[in-house]
Design a binder for this molecule. Structure first.
Ligand code: ZN
Length: 184
């Protein structure tokens, strides 16, 4: 993906929140649908992320209108994805169509192949989470608790080569965000 693409708005499905998508890291306008919230487990981290974004007005939640749901239905049958779509998938796609009709440039954020397939057939752009540059990685660090020297995780010895203290491992979850925002 090139540098700083200018998407007008992003539409987020449940998997985005579950995979660790953080709306506050993104400057673009973001939309989702009520059925996404219903898919998230209340009080879970993805649910909390969703609610905070909603309350902070980073995220706009909107149910699609009936006529666009019908249009999605037709498109899904046409490309042979009809049975694979969940209600949430339909809502996401219908909202994208609706916003596009209103002159916006929606980009669906989803790793779901059926959604991507139908979006493509309707000329709607989509990206997967990794394309957006958001990944969660487990980062393992090996360090000396006495002198704080860091070692690569492939380091063979169990002790610090400078002060001889037994090394410790620490596993942290690290968000990697592109566009000059370092997660560290
Ligand atoms: Zn040391």
């Amino acid at each position: 993906m090139g540098n700083s693409p200018h998407w007008q708005l992003l539409i987020l499905d449940a998997s985005a929140f579950i995979m660790g998508y953080e709306p506050s890291n993104i400057k673009t306008k973001q939309f989702s649908v009520p059925s996404v919230l219903r898919e998230l487990i209340p009080e879970s981290t993805p649910w909390i992320r969703f609610m905070i974004a909603l309350e902070g007005c980073l995220l706009q939640v909107q149910a699609p209108t009936e006529s666009y749901l019908k249009e999605v239905e037709k498109a899904s049958v046409k490309v042979g994805e009809g049975k694979k779509l969940s209600d949430t998938d339909r809502d996401i796609l219908a909202l994208a169509l609706e916003l596009k009709d209103r002159g916006k440039e929606p980009v669906i954020v989803s790793d779901d192949y059926s959604i991507q397939n139908i979006a493509e057939s309707k000329g709607i752009r989509y990206i997967s989470l990794s394309t957006l540059g958001i990944r969660y990685l487990l980062k393992r660090t090996l360090y000396c608790p006495a002198c704080y020297r860091r070692y690569p995780s492939s380091y063979i010895s169990e002790t610090c080569r400078v002060c001889g203290t037994k090394l410790r491992r620490r596993t942290t979850r690290k968000t990697l965000a592109t566009r000059g925002e370092k997660g560290e």
